[in-house]
Design a protein around this ligand. Structure first.
Ligand code: GLN
Length: 468
């Protein structure tokens, strides 16, 4: 833990951490030592981890990247944090990991570049961009940008992330690390600051599929009393089939993921990885996910709709920021929310409110829900002929800081390959498969996405591990 805290301090210019507390970390490490000495060690006892600042934590501040939650301290730990740490209160012991601190993210996890964070990183007085360690003038991806950077730059051996529409997979891809989002409902959402509740899902980000399997095993499992969408499916050991042969594995290659919008360097790296899979005994099967493009408008209706509802709780009354001066209640709400929320969050609240409003609900929200179901059905058709689906994570490598920050639609379009799996609630992962060799993007990491059918996390991790 000390080693990683020192590295985090030495590389604070990357902007990955938003809160650290050496005393707390060392106390957790001492408790881990004591459990090891007494023979009650958890599965990952004493191994350091850092959490995306969207998980509430008792011992560290929680901001969700927002001014709205500046100074907020949760009275409890998120279930995922507790399961990886000392255990859920009154429940089974946890994995025993030691928390290094909290990691930067886009405000309320809305974004693809981590440029939407309103929170100053450790060592800064004002908000500052999180920088990609492979090229510090580039974005790390988002919204779990701090998590990806901290793992890639070895400022932690592992991190948590959350993925609503790609926020684990895309930053993992942009920073050359491995990350997995499990089947929706496998990881508890209790204590995860809510963005779009029908999509939000936690998962690990680490150096390898092997590490991700250990972490996923520790953090998943039913939490029926605390999360109404938690699945009543027993926890499983995701490391069990890591080393299995992938001879005969049928890898579906969706034609829509390899269309005109895909950058040549990404196409080349993903194709090379697919060729490698063939050498490992896998069979490539051409498939079609015909509604891939529709996943963008569908997601950017459903996610803002749910966000507008979830974020109504930040009204300056119960918790969070409250405007200093106001005339009446309505004025207080308005000033509080205008001051507390950044531009992207306000944009989504407005879109969400609009698509849910009387007269537009049927035309937008209901229509989007219907297409969401069709997207899920397309995957089920595909899984009749293949075991896993492979393709790019994003159309390009990480772009330059500021390049798309004034253009929300450009950011949304870049989510095209991660959104379909999210809308279907399927498990998906990103594994590093190469680097760009073009003049402008040379050396930037490229990830490949693997999508599995429901509960096929172990198979995804197996396929990724065999490649790694
Ligand atoms: N980039 C997507 C968005 O901005 C996904 C974010 C996420 O998965 N949290 O909504």
């Amino acid at each position: 833990a000390q080693h990683f805290l020192q590295r985090a301090a030495a590389h604070s210019a990357l902007g990955a951490y938003v809160d650290v507390n050496t005393e707390v970390t060392l106390a957790q490490a001492a408790a881990a030592d004591a459990r090891i000495a007494s023979g009650t060690a958890g599965a990952l006892e004493g191994v350091p981890i850092a959490h995306k600042d969207i998980f509430v934590t008792r011992d560290f501040a929680t901001t969700a990247g927002s001014r709205m939650l500046a100074g907020y301290r949760s009275p409890f730990d998120a279930t995922v944090v507790a399961k990886l740490g000392a255990g859920v209160a009154g429940g089974a012991p946890g994995a025993g990991m030691v928390t290094l601190g909290k990691l930067n993210c886009d405000e309320f996890a809305m974004g693809s570049s981590n440029e939407n964070s309103a929170v100053p990183p450790v060592g800064f007085d004002a908000p500052a961009p999180v920088r990609n360690p492979w090229n510090t003038e580039r974005i790390p991806g988002g919204s779990s940008g701090g998590s990806a950077v901290a793992v890639a730059a070895r400022l932690t051996p592992a991190a948590t992330g959350t993925d609503t529409g790609g926020s684990i997979r895309q930053p993992a891809s942009f920073c050359g690390i491995t990350g997995i989002k499990p089947t929706y409902g496998r990881a508890s959402r209790y204590g995860m600051v809510a963005f779009a509740s029908s999509l939000d899902q936690a998962g690990p980000m680490a150096r390898s599929a092997e590490d991700c399997a250990l972490l996923l095993t520790a953090l998943c499992g039913p939490d029926l009393d605390r999360d109404s969408t938690s699945l009543d499916v027993p926890a499983e050991n995701y490391s069990r089939s890591l080393k299995d042969s992938i001879e005969g594995l049928r890898i579906g290659v969706p034609q829509e993921f390899f269309g005109a919008g895909l950058a040549d360097d990404v196409r080349a790296a993903v194709n090379a990885a697919l060729a490698e899979y063939e050498k490992l005994g896998a069979k490539l099967v051409p498939i079609s996910l015909p509604r891939t493009e529709l996943s963008i408008p569908v997601y950017y209706i459903i996610a803002p709709a749910e966000a507008s509802s979830n974020l109504s709780r930040f009204d300056g009354v119960k918790f969070g920021h409250r405007a200093k001066q106001y005339t009446d209640l309505a004025d207080m709400y308005q000033k509080t929310r205008s001051e507390g929320f950044g531009d992207e969050v306000q944009r989504r609240i407005m879109i969400g409110t609009y698509v849910l409003s009387h007269g537009y609900y049927d035309a937008y929200y209901l229509q989007a829900q219907k297409i969401r179901r069709m997207i899920a059905d397309d995957f089920q058709n595909a899984f009749k002929v293949c075991d896993v689906i492979a393709g790019p994570v994003a159309p390009t490598v990480a772009w330059k800081l500021g390049e798309k920050s004034d253009d929300p639609v450009a950011n949304y379009l870049a989510d095209i390959f991660t959104l379909p799996g999210s809308l279907a609630g399927l498990p998906g992962m990103s594994l590093p498969v190469g680097f760009s060799n073009t003049e402008q993007d040379r050396g930037m990491p490229i990830g490949m996405q693997l999508i599995g059918n429901y509960f096929q996390e172990a198979r995804l991790l197996n396929a990724a591990h065999r490649f790694q």
